[in-house]
Design a protein around this ligand. Structure first.
Ligand SMILES: *Cc1c(COP(=O)(O)O)cnc(C)c1O
Length: 360
């Protein structure tokens, strides 16, 4: 069987090594005579998986001791509702930095619970889309927190600077978590759904500063209440055990490769290879300014958009899959998360060059 190179935005590619390893243990995990999917989430075996996973994640991201690590369900979209309901307290407003599709979706959901101050930060410089520097963001004085999306998965826009503020910063890191080092201490809450860089769909990682607990609305469903999640160690209801287990395997795989710093260097190389291919041709186009180009999700267009479907069909025939742009924006998108190897990006670039040559 030829292994495909999967550029899907999520659920996305998993490291081959992890797949093979979990397969070998699937029916009989660690010699216990049953699979990890069949054991109680309260069994000592599963609790060990949980504590090893947390240790690995804390090492990878240098998470300070005054932050809690919990897992929730309902994806990042559930967090769009959980964040305001957990953090507003007596405030009726929060700042929502509008950088694209996902940040805007979070703001729309927040409207059910407060009056979000939607901060416009997108601009066009030299004909390219960019995000204004964080120090120029028009933040309001009565906001309970500042919400932003670190990496716009659909738009291919990444934000690397943070505003100077004493308000809690809440970040949707679904498509960038673990791709580069971050300073967790600068954030109040970090959340990320798992099916991009953490593992498979089913769980959502939430990292919360201790000061932000205890402010939840009384009507908030308990399954989304951060204080309940912390108190019950993410086991208020039965957690998706296999997704959690897999996250732990991915964390260990990252550590074995030298951690987030090492994977970041690889990610820079991969992205540079692809952006360079786009920029040095007249055939392809990415209109995001260099300062905000995403490392993980690289959208591009064909200057002759009529060739798009042929580009996708031929790519598929060469085992390069998942390249169709999001239905809202069209075009092509290559998601090159941590599990994507440099060789995979090289195959795509080789294909792009050949396709361009054959069609000019
Ligand atoms: C994928 C994604 C989401 C949505 O995640 P779900 O798990 O489907 O709710 C939200 N935000 C960002 C930045 C994403 O990449």
């Amino acid at each position: 069987m030829k292994k495909v190179c999967n550029f899907s935005a999520g659920p996305s590619m998993l490291p081959q090594k992890v797949l093979v390893s979990i397969q070998s243990k699937l029916a009989n995990w660690d010699g216990i005579g049953s699979s990890v999917m069949e054991i109680s989430h309260r069994s000592k075996e599963f609790l060990m998986i949980v504590s090893d996973a947390e240790k690995a994640l804390r090492t990878l991201l240098s998470i300070p001791d005054d932050y809690h690590v919990v897992y929730c369900q309902g994806g990042a979209r559930a967090q769009f509702a959980a964040v305001p309901m957990n953090l507003l307290g007596n405030n009726t407003s929060a700042d929502y930095i509008d950088t694209g599709f996902w940040a805007n979706s979070a703001a729309q959901e927040a409207k059910k619970y407060c009056t979000p101050n939607i901060v416009k930060v997108l601009a066009t410089v030299d004909g390219k889309r960019t995000v204004l520097p964080a120090k120029s963001w028009k933040l309001s004085s009565d906001a309970a927190y500042i919400h932003f999306c670190s990496n716009e998965t659909i738009d291919g826009i990444e934000i690397r600077d943070l505003p100077e503020t004493n308000k809690p910063i809440v970040a949707d890191m679904s498509s960038t978590i673990l791709s580069r080092p971050i300073d967790v201490s600068k954030y109040g809450v970090i959340y990320a759904s798992a099916q991009k860089n953490i593992g498979i769909a089913g769980i959502t990682l939430v990292i919360i500063h201790d000061d932000l607990l205890g402010k939840a609305k009384t009507f908030l469903p308990s399954v989304l209440n951060y204080t309940t999640l912390v108190d019950k160690k993410s086991m208020f209801n039965t957690p998706p055990t296999f997704s959690w287990y897999l996250a732990g395997e991915i964390y260990k795989w990252l550590l074995a490769q030298g951690g987030v710093e090492a994977i970041h260097m690889k990610n820079e190389k991969k992205a540079a290879l692809l952006y360079d291919c786009v920029d040095t041709s007249n055939f392809y186009l990415n209109n995001i300014h260099e300062t905000n180009r995403s490392l993980m999700n690289i959208p591009f267009q064909l200057t002759n958009s009529e060739l798009e479907s042929s580009f996708l069909v031929n790519a598929q025939a060469q085992y390069l899959v998942g390249l169709k742009g999001h239905r809202n924006v069209g075009g092509i998108r290559a998601s090159i998360y941590n599990a994507m190897l440099l060789e995979g990006v090289q195959s795509l670039v080789d294909y792009m060059k050949t396709f361009a040559k054959d069609h000019t």
